[in-house]
Design a protein around this ligand. Structure first.
Ligand SMILES: Nc1ncnc2c1ncn2[C@@H]1O[C@H](COP(=O)(O)OP(=O)(O)OP(=O)(O)O)[C@@H](O)[C@H]1O
Ligand SMILES: [Mg+2]
Length: 112
């Protein structure tokens, strides 16, 4: 199993959600977060200016998926989240050791 953490532009959440549902993802978690990447929150960079760190609003999406679905899920996120502009976000993929559905006690892929 893999745990996918995607940081995207808030305005792309609906499209990414739709794309994930379309490939059969049955559960996900989202949260409103703030962050910055290489541009340190600046959308324009001028030579010689001193950078000030500005946290920009982003949406974090977290999904636990069977290992063989991870690549498909990342592709779906990329396609739906991409505007081609700086700040489109990142996708991180982590190994997931275990999962448990509390109601039934199911574990592993059956718990997803
Ligand atoms: N190394 C990182 N670790 C954790 N979160 C990150 C990291 N880099 C970026 N993020 C998160 O992703 C968001 C979007 O980052 P962003 O797309 O601007 O990255 P970038 O490397 O600057 O790429 P780009 O050049 O396309 O802007 C950030 O606001 C931050 O929340
Ligand atoms: Mg950036």
């Amino acid at each position: 199993m893999k745990y996918i953490v995607a940081i995207i532009q808030p305005g792309r959440l609906a499209a990414v959600h739709e794309a994930l549902v379309a490939i059969g993802i049955e559960g996900l978690t989202t949260s409103e977060v703030q962050g910055y990447g290489r541009q340190k929150g600046k959308t324009e960079v001028y030579r010689g200016t001193e950078y000030t760190v500005n946290f920009l609003p982003k949406v974090k999406i977290e999904i636990a998926v069977p290992g063989d679905i991870a690549e498909k899920a990342c592709d779906a996120i990329k396609s739906a989240a991409e505007t081609g502009k700086i700040g489109d976000g990142k996708v991180f993929v982590l190994d997931l050791d275990s999962a448990l559905r509390i109601r039934t006690g199911e574990i592993g892929v059956a718990a997803l």
